[in-house]
Write a new protein. Sequence first.
Lengths: 141, 183
Amino acid sequence: MRSRDGNHSFTRRLCSLIFLFSSLALNAGEYLVSYKYIVKNATLYNESLDISKSMTKCEGVPSQNIIFPSTHENNFQELITRHKEEFIEYIHKLGIDVQSRDITTNNQINTTTTLTLKTTCFKVDFNDTFVKISHLKQPQD
Amino acid sequence: MKYSLVLISLLCITAFGAEEKKAASEVTYIPPVKKAETITIPNNTTINVSYEKPKKALNGAGCPAKVHSMVKEKPEVLTADKPLLISVVGQGVAPVNTNSPAQAYALAKRAATADAYRLIAEKIKGVNVDGQDLIKNMMVKRSTVRTSVQAMVRNANIVETTFKDGLCEVEMEITLSHADFAH
């Protein structure tokens, strides 16, 4: 019921807040990312960065985040392609598995180093001007 | 005649005494002792093997020469009150077939980063070493040494990156604290 004491504006504000929160919640998504690269004899041999939208809800709490400027887009893969170097540096900080094998046969050395980020879930919040990517830390990590 | 005999005997005694003194002041050299061993091979062939004892360096008094004691540096150990900083420099080169210098730099940096991570893992967790030699007809046919390391590294920071003459060097640091390992 509308009254003269300004309830109308209060309802409008409340509705706009609900709309804002719901729009933010709708634009947030969870993505699974895995990364691996192989270096053979001090030369990069293979690199793969796989991204897919999570089909089930991820468990974990947001721990470390990174913010990229956004240009009104909701495509995470395109965003990562544009900011690949920064994102890779960020996932290095989260923890990367290092495996190295050297084989020396008759004084000839062959070395292979593999760096792997196990499949990790990230929460991505798309906003008007920026995108916030948060690592969802598992309880056992 | 009597006096001459007494004189000769005195001279002899003096001469013997001097020789004894000289012998005592000289460096005593002990000839190497040869020891013989007999090895019997199953097919009844016998080979005699002899070896010498290692010679010791002797000084004038016949004692072993002084060996300069090497001063060992105390290795840094992670303690509860002091964090440990580990710094490494990883190296990487660009592949031959790159399209641009920028691509070469990016690929070389990636390789150098991997090398730096490997060095950190080696310092923290150590290296597994496995060796195998194949000997045929008393000749080394193949000698193989395998080393491997496996670790999870997090919170390592790139301090400096240099790229010169196709070689990229990445200086990386990691700070270890006691809490990282205490459960």
